[in-house]
Design a protein around this ligand. Structure first.
Ligand SMILES: Nc1ncnc2c1ncn2[C@@H]1O[C@H](COP(=O)(O)OP(=O)(O)OP(=O)(O)O)[C@@H](O)[C@H]1O
Ligand SMILES: [Mg+2]
Length: 227
């Protein structure tokens, strides 16, 4: 099974202020891994490292036995999709439909695999079909967040890294999103969920971690323990 293996990872934006020191963690692509931690503890930073946006770390991160530092963005994007915490940072085009076309094409201008049927289906599921040609600047925060969830459905077979996926969503869409995760779990497709709302996912989580004081701890028999 595919996985990301993080070993002795240390990272600092500024040398004297490390965010992590020697953390070790394995993300199995067929499991639902949950990660929490206080504001500013480094959850988004970990996502940025995993998605290749921060490279200046020490330790090793292996993506299916390949050193992440040597894996190109396009290669990594074949296996992983990262949904950022801020909805607008996931937007790459002017309208939801154009955005999803880019996701369908893997951002490769030379390919044109866009299937309007698939886009219609995912937009319908997330109740955004009426917004498909609206410019993003006319959409609400929650509506933009839904487009990000639609991009996930277009990238269904990849490993999903989800930074606060339910923040700002209403109850209906939160329910639809949790069903999406449930359905994937039955198909053996996992994800990393970062959230302050652990209760929403408690029945789905395979492994649970917390970032605490620059270290990562694993939930074991109801307590978080150093790993
Ligand atoms: N580009 C940056 N340069 C310097 N420091 C940064 C940068 N981005 C984040 N930080 C700092 O790194 C720390 C971790 O931030 P991060 O965004 O990873 O936290 P988080 O756990 O995701 O928090 P939240 O729950 O608020 O989303 C914070 O102290 C933050 O101020
Ligand atoms: Mg964050």
């Amino acid at each position: 099974m595919k996985r990301i293996k993080i070993k002795d990872l240390s990272f600092a934006y500024q040398a004297k202020n490390p965010i992590f020191t020697n953390i070790t963690l394995e993300l199995q692509f067929n499991e639902i891994t949950f990660l929490k931690g206080e504001n500013g503890s480094g959850k988004t930073t970990l996502c940025r490292i995993l998605s290749g946006l921060e490279k200046n770390y020490s330790g090793s991160i292996l993506l299916n036995d390949l050193d992440l530092k040597s894996v190109s963005f396009s290669e990594r994007a074949k296996s992983i999709i990262y949904l950022k915490q801020e909805p607008l940072s996931n937007v790459v085009a002017a309208t939801p439909d154009e955005d999803l076309i880019l996701w369908q094409n893997g951002f490769n201008k030379e390919i044109n695999e866009s299937s309007p049927k698939l886009r219609k289906k995912v937009m319908k599921k997330l109740r955004i079909n009426n917004l498909k040609d609206k410019p993003f600047w006319e959409l609400s925060g929650g509506q933009i967040k839904r487009i990000g969830l639609a991009a996930l459905l277009i990238n269904y077979d990849k490993y999903w890294i989800l930074d606060e996926p339910v923040s700002g969503l209403d109850n209906t869409i939160t329910g639809i999103f949790i069903e999406m995760i449930e359905e994937r779990k039955t198909l053996g497709k996992g994800c990393l969920i970062i959230s302050h709302k652990e209760d929403y996912f408690s029945n789905l989580i395979d492994k649970s971690y917390i970032i605490d004081n620059k270290k990562i701890k694993k939930m074991f028999r109801g307590n978080f323990e150093n790993i």
